[in-house]
Design a protein around this ligand. Structure first.
Ligand code: PLP
Length: 391
C-alpha cells in the first residue's frame, strides 16, 4: 500500500489528502518517490521560508540532537538564552519571550496574558481573522467553517471589521483587555493592513490602556519583505505571536512581550516542550540564515517581480492581485479549487485562502527561474474555464 492509501484509511480524516506522496525536499522543490519535482508555493503554509533541507538548519538540528534535546525551562540553557537574545534584538521594545510549540499555543498564551495583565475580559479580533484552532485561538478566529460544531467557544471575544478604523473605535471601551490583529490577513484572503488602521488600533489601545497583539505567525521571518510585517508600518505592538517558520520547520511558537504586559509570575502559564534546546538551536540557525542570506530583501524583490507580472496576466478570471513581499493572493471571479488542481497537474503546489483566493507562499529562497515556471503555469491555467466539476 502506498502512503496515500494508508493515510486516507488511517488518518483522522480532517485533511483533504492529495494523491501525491512527498519523500524529500530541496530549496523550493519537493520530490515524490519516483523523483518527480514539484514547485512548492505553499511552504507548508509559511513554515519553509528557508526552503527545504536547508544545510545550516539540518546541521544545527543534528548537532544539538547529540548534545541535548529536552530541558524544562526552569533550567537555563545556552541555546535558549542565545535565542532569547537573538529574537529580542529583532524586535526593539519587546524584551521578553514566552516559548511554546505552535501558532495556536502562541495565540492562546497572548490571550491569557492579556487578561492576566489587565484584569479585563473583553478581546477584540477582526472579521476574516485566523488565529488557530485551540479553544482560545479558535474563539478569535472568525470564519464559521472553523467554528461550527465546536461551540460554546470562549466568551467575550468579538469580531470587528478589518481595515475599518471607525468600527474599531466604536467597539473599543475600558473593558477591552486586548486587540488582536494579523498585520497581513493570511487564511482570510491575503489582506495587508492599511497604515491608518494600525495607527488607530495603537492609538485606541493607548487611550483605553488595552494591549495590542500582532499575530505574525504567517507573515513573520522575512515573508513580507521585512523581518516582521509590522516593521513596514512603524507601529509597535505590546505582544507579537510567532511560529511557523521560526525554527526552520521544527515545531516552535513564541510570544514576544512588551513592558506593558504584566503579572507574569512563576506558575501562571507554561509548556512542557516550550523552549526545548533542539527547537532553540534550529531557530537560531534559521534566523542566522535568514539574516545572512538577506531573505527579507530577497522576499521584497522577488515579491515585486512576481506581483508586477501577475498584475499583467491577461486572464479575465482575475479580480485582484494583492499582498506584501512573497505573501500574495490572487482573487479569482471563480472558485479556486479546480485551478489549484490544474496547477498541481503542472507540478506547481499552491494554496487557497477561502473560496476565491489563490494564495502563493513560496520559500523565500525560490529562484527567478522557478518564479518564471510558476508564472508560466499560472498564465496557462488561468486561461482555462474550469468549474468545480471539471476536477
Ligand atoms: C497558521 C496560523 C496560526 C496557527 O498556527 P498553528 O501552528 O497551526 O497552530 C495562527 N495565526 C496565524 C496568522 C496563522 O497563519
Amino acid at each position: 500500500m502506498d502512503a496515500y492509501t494508508i493515510e486516507t484509511r488511517h488518518g483522522a480524516g480532517v485533511y483533504a489528502k492529495q494523491p501525491i506522496s512527498i519523500v524529500r525536499g530541496q530549496g523550493a522543490l519537493l520530490f515524490d518517490a519516483e523523483g518527480n519535482a514539484y514547485l512548492d508555493c505553499t511552504s507548508g503554509h509559511g513554515v519553509a521560508n528557508l526552503g527545504h533541507a536547508h544545510p545550516r538548519v539540518a546541521a544545527a538540528i543534528a548537532d544539538q540532537a547529540q548534545r541535548l534535546i529536552t530541558l524544562f525551562e526552569t533550567y537555563p540553557n545556552d541555546q535558549r538564552a542565545a535565542l532569547m537574545l537573538k529574537l529580542t534584538s529583532l524586535t526593539p521594545g519587546l524584551d521578553r519571550v514566552f516559548f511554546c510549540n505552535s501558532g495556536a499555543e502562541a495565540v492562546e498564551a497572548s490571550l491569557k496574558f492579556s487578561r492576566l495583565s489587565t484584569g479585563r475580559k473583553r478581546i477584540l479580533a477582526a472579521k476574516r481573522a485566523f488565529h488557530g484552532r485551540t479553544y482560545g485561538a479558535l474563539s478569535a478566529t472568525f470564519a464559521a467553517r472553523y467554528r461550527q460544531g465546536f461551540e460554546p467557544l470562549v466568551p467575550e471575544i468579538e469580531h470587528v471589521s478589518y481595515n475599518d478604523p471607525e468600527a474599531l473605535e466604536e467597539a473599543m471601551n475600558e473593558n477591552v483587555a486586548a486587540v488582536i490583529l494579523e498585520v497581513v490577513q493570511g487564511e482570510g484572503g491575503i489582506y495587508p493592513a492599511t497604515p491608518q488602521y494600525l495607527e488607530t488600533a495603537r492609538r485606541l489601545c493607548d487611550q483605553y490602556d488595552a494591549l495590542l497583539i500582532f499575530d505574525e505567525i504567517q507573515s513573520g521571518f522575512g515573508r513580507t519583505g521585512k523581518m516582521f510585517a509590522y516593521q513596514h508600518y512603524g507601529i509597535q505592538p505590546d505582544m507579537l505571536t510567532c511560529a511557523k517558520s521560526l525554527a526552520g520547520g521544527v515545531p516552535m511558537g513564541a510570544v514576544l512581550l512588551g513592558e506593558r504586559v504584566r503579572n507574569l509570575a512563576p506558575g501562571v502559564h507554561g509548556s512542557t516542550f516550550g523552549g526545548n534546546p533542539l527547537s532553540c538551536a534550529a531557530a537560531l540557525a534559521a534566523i542566522q540564515a535568514i539574516q545572512e542570506e538577506d531573505l527579507p530583501r530577497q522576499a521584497a524583490e522577488k515579491g515585486a517581480y512576481l506581483m508586477e507580472r501577475l498584475r499583467r496576466l491577461p486572464s479575465p478570471l482575475i479580480r485582484e492581485v494583492r499582498g506584501l513581499g512573497l505573501m500574495i493572493g490572487i482573487e479569482l471571479k471563480r472558485k479556486v479549487a479546480p485551478y489549484l488542481r490544474a496547477l498541481q497537474a503542472q507540478r506547481v503546489l499552491a494554496l487557497n485562502a477561502g473560496m476565491n483566493v489563490l494564495r502563493l507562499l513560496p520559500p523565500l529562497v525560490i529562484t527567478y527561474e522557478q518564479l518564471d515556471w510558476l508564472l508560466q503555469a499560472l498564465a496557462e491555467v488561468l486561461q482555462r474555464d474550469l468549474e468545480e466539476s471539471d476536477a
